[in-house]
Design a protein around this ligand. Structure first.
Ligand code: ATP
Ligand code: MG
Length: 451
C-alpha cells in the first residue's frame, strides 16, 4: 500500500477527553473517529487491526472445535421475555420499535437467540456437543462510556455458546474456552490472567475473567505474580482430551488471582510476600458455565441415551474484540507511539524512502514493495514527498513491527536498513535479503496471509 494513496488521517491535536494512552494513540494514528459517545468509526488502519484480531480469534476458536455463525444485531424483545431478562436488564439495553410497533432491542449479548436456534434444530444427544460462536457488534448503553474503544457503547465481541448433555461435558467446553482464550491472548502478545469472577446478569456459578495488567485498567486485581510467567507456547493440545485440557486450566488457575469481587484476604495473605501483588487490570474476556439457566425456561431440550427429555447444559464465553485493540496498545507502546505485536499489526512492515524522486531509491522501494507482496507480506510504503524525520515519526507512531529504510547512499553500496520497532535495532543488508528476512519472520510469527 502506497501511503500517498492511503487514508491515514494522523492527528496533531488530541482532544482533552482522551485520558489514557491507547485512546490518545488510536486518535493520533488515525485509527478511529468518535461519532457519538462510545460509538466509533474504524478508519483504515484501525479497521486492519480489528480484522487481524478477529482473524486470530476465529483461528483459535475453530482450532478448539467451535463453529462460526452470524446472528443479527437486532433481536425481538419476546425472546428476552422468555428468559425473563427483558425486564431485568435495565437501561443498558437499547430498546426500539419497528414501523409495525414490534419491540426490538440491539443485542447486548445473545444467549436467548442462540438458545432459540438450538431448540429449533437440535433434538438428540447425538448432535452434542455443540459450540457456536459469532463475532458481532453489541450495544450496551453504558453509564460512562470512556477510554475510547475500551468502554464503548457499541463494541465488537466474540461470543460463543456451548450446548452439552450434562455438567461434566459443559465443564469440558468451559475448559476448552479457557485454553483457546489463553492461546488467543498469547498470540496477540498479551499476558491475560484468568481470575475467578463473580457472575453478573448472565447468571451461573462457574466463571473466570481474563485480565491484562495495566495501570489504566478499571478492575482491581490481587494475584501471585508467578502466574504472569506461565505460557502455553507452541505446545500441542488435543481439545477432545478432557483430562489434558483440564490440566492446562489447572496449571493456569493454580496461582492465586482474583478480582476485588471475589478476593479472599486470607488466601491472599498466604502467598509469599515477594509474590503478592495488587494492581489494576483490563478485562478482555469472560467465560461462564450456567447450566440450564436458559435451556429450561426456553425449552432447549434433547433426548438423552436413556430416552429421557432433558434440558441442555450451557455456557457463554466472550472476548472483547474491539477492546483488545486498546488493551494491546496499553500493554505495548513507548514515548514515540504504538509497538504492535506481529499478529495484530495493521501491516507487518513499512518502507521508508529517504529521497522520494531519486530514481534509484524510488525503483528500489517499488521493487521491495512488489517482492514483499509476491510473498504475501503487506508493506506500507511511505512514498510521500516528506522529510526523513517526518516519515520516521509516522512509522514510529503507527508502530509497524519492522521498517525498511531505503536511501541513495545505502543503495550505492547495495544496502537497505531493516529496523525492528520493539528493539530499535537496525541491520544493513541487500534488498533481497530484507525481503527474505521479513517474510521468514512473518511466517515464524504465525502472521496470517493478507486479509
Ligand atoms: P465490564 O465489566 O468491563 O463492563 P462485562 O463483564 O459487562 O464487562 P461481558 O458481558 O463479560 O462484559 O462481555 C465480554 C467481554 O466484552 C468483556 O470481557 C469485555 O472485554 C468486552 N466488553 C464488555 N463491555 C464492553 C464495552 N462497553 N466496550 C468494549 N468492550 C466491552
Ligand atoms: Mg465480564
Amino acid at each position: 500500500m502506497r501511503l500517498s494513496r492511503y487514508f491515514l488521517p494522523v492527528l496533531k491535536e488530541i482532544p482533552a477527553e482522551a485520558q489514557i494512552v491507547s485512546h490518545r494513540l488510536m486518535l493520533r494514528a488515525g485509527m478511529i473517529r468518535q461519532q457519538a459517545a462510545g460509538i466509533y468509526s474504524w478508519l483504515p488502519l484501525g479497521y486492519r487491526v480489528l480484522r487481524r484480531i478477529e482473524a486470530v480469534v476465529h483461528e483459535e476458536q475453530q482450532r478448539a472445535g467451535h463453529i462460526p455463525v452470524l446472528m443479527p444485531t437486532l433481536q425481538p424483545a419476546d425472546l428476552w421475555r422468555e428468559s425473563g431478562r427483558y425486564d431485568a436488564y435495565g437501561p443498558e439495553m437499547l430498546r426500539l420499535r419497528d414501523r409495525h410497533g414490534r419491540e426490538l432491542l440491539y443485542g447486548p449479548t445473545n444467549e436467548e437467540m442462540i438458545t432459540d436456534i438450538f431448540r429449533a434444530h437440535v433434538a438428540s444427544y447425538r448432535d452434542l456437543p455443540l459450540t457456536l460462536y459469532h463475532i458481532q457488534w453489541k450495544f450496551r448503553d453504558e453509564t460512562r462510556p470512556r477510554f475510547g474503544v475500551m468502554r464503548g457503547r457499541e463494541f465488537l465481541m466474540k461470543d460463543g455458546y456451548n450446548f452439552d448433555i450434562d455438567r461434566a461435558a459443559a465443564l469440558h467446553a468451559y475448559n476448552r474456552h479457557m485454553v483457546s482464550y489463553l492461546r488467543t491472548y498469547e498470540r496477540l502478545g498479551l499476558t491475560a490472567i484468568p481470575m475467578r469472577a463473580a457472575s453478573g446478569p448472565i447468571g451461573g456459578d462457574d466463571t473466570h475473567e481474563f485480565l491484562v495488567l495495566a495501570h489504566t485498567g478499571e478492575s482491581e486485581v490481587f494475584y501471585d505474580d508467578r502466574v504472569t510467567a506461565l505460557r502455553l507456547g507452541a505446545r500441542a493440545i488435543d481439545f477432545d482430551d478432557r483430562a489434558a485440557v483440564a490440566a492446562v486450566c489447572a496449571e493456569f488457575t493454580a496461582p492465586y488471582a482474583r478480582t476485588d469481587e471475589t478476593h479472599d484476604a486470607a488466601l491472599f495473605a498466604a502467598i509469599p510476600e515477594a509474590h503478592r501483588k495488587v494492581g489494576k487490570a483490563i478485562e478482555v474476556g469472560q467465560i461462564f458455565y450456567f447450566g440450564t439457566r436458559y435451556s429450561e425456561p426456553m425449552g432447549a431440550v434433547v433426548v438423552n441415551d436413556r430416552g429421557d427429555r432433558v434440558p441442555v447444559h450451557m455456557g457463554s464465553h466472550g472476548i472483547g474484540v474491539s477492546r483488545l485493540a486498546g488493551a494491546i496498545i496499553e500493554a505495548s507502546h513507548d514515548e514515540r507511539g504504538i509497538v504492535w505485536p506481529l499478529a495484530a499489526a495493521p501491516f507487518p512492515v513499512g518502507i521508508v524512502n529517504l529521497r522520494q524522486g531519486d530514481g534509484a531509491a524510488d525503483a528500489a522501494c517499488e521493487g521491495l514493495h512488489a517482492a514483499l507482496a509476491a510473498k504475501g507480506v503487506e508493506a506500507l510504503y511511505d512514498d510521500r514527498d516528506e522529510r526523513a524525520g517526518a516519515k520516521f515519526a509516522t512509522m514510529d507512531l503507527i508502530g509497524l513491527p519492522w521498517r525498511i529504510t531505503v536511501g541513495p547512499r545505502g543503495l550505492a553500496a547495495g544496502r537497505v536498513e531493516l529496523t525492528s520497532r520493539p528493539s530499535g535495532e537496525s541491520e544493513e543488508m541487500t534488498p533481497a535479503a530484507a525481503v527474505e528476512r521479513v517474510a521468514a519472520l512473518c511466517a515464524a510469527g504465525g502472521r496470517l496471509a493478507p486479509l
